[in-house]
Design a protein around this ligand. Structure first.
Ligand code: SF4
Length: 669
């Protein structure tokens, strides 16, 4: 019997209209866990680098995490993986809500989509009954409206529906897949779904999931729940409000937006408003939020309630997820009321709320600078807010200049030319990052930004504090009950970290320490993404209830796979490396691993080089970021090094990649 997982995937070929239920190999779960891990294995095996994002041969994988559907609190993530049209690399985006547990209850771990449907369809999974249905009547409908219409049509109000809006249908490179109070937004996964002619997947399941050792598993979950209650009563002193508690990241409850509004950049990620937050704004924004927020909502099996239903006069009620609350407001230099209003349209259209506002602010900056002219914006309103609504419509419809902007700032700038590239200044691996520009280089963040392949805000957050605490006493207090650390040395790293002087940024933490810290943060994210755990209860906040010490026990008692901290760490390294291998095979190299030039004002090229060199060595990657044969052998990934050899990625002398394979594969625009 299989535990925690169902042992079956659904394979859907949209070109042929075929549906298969395929038994999976339990050995793959032991080696790669599930969720992101086995997704990476499937993409490695079945999507060679010659496959373009919009090829029928590109796969779109919806995967429940290994522990989704078990009683593990907060374990509800769907992990979506494909090749991104924006980065041309592997995209893996997580979606909270209710979809993944429902898929498990229907009897499947993953839905693997290939091919393209000639007509718009949706997939209906109801336990053993699985069918493709006509979706022509849903063409052009919003993502949330689509979900409601499908539930009505199926007479299944409890069906969970993941759907795209107009942006996905029109292959906007930053289109999302929306589901209830959540979405998979990064990497343009919605564009691939639209390209495949798949409007939605509805799922309803009523089967059971088996647990290997239920009493032991439940005891561990009880401990998690007790710890969450204890921790919620004790916010961490001295850190910004949204990081003081658990959750992801409590944007709907917390009113104090001083840190975001004064540190994140406004407009096209340029303008810092240092003294923006004052009593009048705090009062006005609180009134707006309290007036619009109907109730706080949670994802499946989680008490944290960090989403909310929002109701703004004249606009249908919708569910808002975390930081969308501020991204449109800040890009348009507007107020919270505007942000809450336009986020509803953006949710229905199905677009990523980090990238979209930046793309629109970028277009308006080009207009201001004369690179784009009035002819590019026929009929655009005069006021800033009206312009944002106008641009959003043009982008999702791919009309006029919207057709260019729909490819994101990197590709749009290349197409526009005339110096527009200079204004697409906030990208890593061709993808817009959070609009943060700081003063002094942070060596930990430098490594996380540079080498992260998730292209997501949560990849740069973790269990190690972002900044040193001002006094030794505060630091001593913090480390006292810090049992989540994988090794006691992290406590010393933190105790010795100071705001000024020798042990401060940019030379402290030292490169070797930064490697340890980044590796810990990254390991936790990758484990979450295989298990389906919400980062808000594990890899994102300080002192979370899930950590490297209780995860192996949960996997052992839940999935029946013998696991300790070492074997779990080894498994996470294995599929983390496999994600990198997919991207290396697609041309990713050291040249791609750099945060935006202006991310920090004070940069230190020699130190940055040393950081990257040290981290690559630490990870077992060669000087160009390619995993070495030895490192791959240690992880049981010899098949990867053999493929690298076959493709000439290693030179004759050993592990140095050839220049030819390093050449950036960029499409003509
Ligand atoms: S912490 Fe928040 S985002 Fe995470 S599962 Fe719970 S309600 Fe959802």
């Amino acid at each position: 019997m299989r535990y925690a997982e169902t042992g079956f995937n659904l394979e859907i070929d949209l070109s042929r209209g075929s549906i298969e239920r395929v038994e999976t190999d339990p050995r793959d779960t032991e080696l790669y866990l599930g969720g992101l891990g086995t997704n990476a294995k499937i993409l490695w095996d079945r999507v060679p680098p010659e496959v373009e994002p919009f090829s029928p041969d590109n796969l779109l994988i919806f995967s429940a995490g290994l522990l989704c559907g078990t009683p593990a609190t907060g374990c509800n993530r769907t992990i979506l993986s494909t090749i991104s049209p924006q980065t041309q690399f592997m995209a893996f985006s997580m979606m909270g809500g209710f979809w993944a547990p429902e898929l498990k209850y229907a009897g499947y771990d993953k839905v693997i989509i290939r091919g393209k449907s000639p007509d718009l369809v949706y997939l209906w999974i109801h336990n053993d009954q699985v069918e493709l249905r006509d979706a022509s009547h849903l063409q052009g409908k919003g993502a949330i409206e689509t979900a409601q219409l499908i539930q009505q049509e199926l007479k299944e109000p409890r069906a969970q529906v993941a759907a795209i809006g107009l942006a996905g249908e029109n292959r906007v490179y930053f289109a999302s897949i929306e589901q209830g109070r959540s979405s998979a937004s990064r990497g343009g996964i919605g564009a691939v779904m639209g390209d495949k002619g798949l409007k939605a997947i509805a799922v309803r399941g009523t089967k059971d999931i088996h647990i290997a050792r239920p009493a032991e598993f439940m005891e561990l979950i009880d401990e998690v729940m007790e710890y969450m209650a204890w921790r919620n009563e004790r916010p961490i002193p001295g850190v910004m409000p949204i990081l003081a508690g658990l959750g992801s990241p409590q944007e709907m409850k917390v009113h104090d937006e001083k840190w975001h509004t004064e540190n994140f950049r406004w407009g096209n990620s340029r303008v810092r408003r240092k003294d923006f937050w004052n009593d009048d704004i705090a009062k006005a924004w609180m009134e707006t939020m309290e007036g619009a927020r109907r109730r706080l909502v949670s994802c499946y099996n989680c008490p944290m309630r960090c989403g909310a239903t929002i109701s703004v006069p004249g606009i249908p009620t919708y569910m808002m997820k975390c930081f969308s609350k501020l991204t449109y407001t800040m890009a348009a230099f507007s107020d919270l009321e505007f942000g809450l209003g336009i986020a509803q349209s953006a949710t229905e259209y199905g677009v990523d709320s980090f990238t979209t506002p930046q793309v629109m602010a970028f277009a308006l900056e080009l207009y201001e600078k004369g690179i784009l002219t009035a002819d590019d914006f026929p009929g655009m309103p005069e006021d800033n807010e009206g312009r944002f609504y106008w641009l959003l419509d043009r982008i999702v419809r791919r009309e006029g200049i919207g057709d260019v902007l729909a490819n994101g700032t990197y590709w749009a700038a290349r197409q526009i030319g005339k110096g527009a590239e200079e204004y697409a200044h906030n990208n890593i691996k061709k993808h817009e990052q959070l609009p943060l520009k700081l003063s002094m280089l942070n060596p930990i963040y430098f490594l996380m930004y540079a080498t992260g392949e998730k292209i997501n805000i949560t990849q740069i957050e973790g269990q190690f504090p972002q900044m040193p605490f001002p006094t030794r006493e505060e630091r001593e207090e913090f480390v006292k009950d810090w049992f989540q650390v994988p090794d006691e040395k992290f406590k010393q790293y933190f105790l010795d970290w100071e705001i000024r002087g020798e042990n401060s940024f940019p030379y402290y933490p030292k490169p070797e320490m930064c490697c340890d810290i980044v590796d810990w943060q990254e390991r936790m994210h990758y484990i979450d993404d295989a298990l389906g755990m919400c980062a808000g209860l594990s890899s994102f906040p300080l002192k979370p209830p899930y950590h490297i010490h209780n995860y192996p026990k949960l996997i052992s008692s839940g999935a029946g796979i013998d696991m300790d901290e070492d074997t779990l760490t080894q498994a996470a390294r294995r599929y983390r490396t496999l994600v990198r291998a997919v991207n290396i095979r697609r041309g990713m190299r050291r040249k791609d691993e750099k945060p935006p030039e202006n991310h920090w004002k004070k940069r230190f090229p020699e130190l940055e080089k040393e950081l990257l060199d040290t981290y690559y060595r630490f990870k077992g990657w060669n000087n160009d970021g390619v995993p070495t044969k030895e490192a791959l052998h240690d992880l049981g990934l010899d098949y990867v090094s053999e493929e690298f050899e076959r493709r000439g990625i290693y030179s004759e002398s050993g592990d140095t990649p050839s220049n030819e394979t390093s050449v950036e594969k960029e499409k003509e625009v």
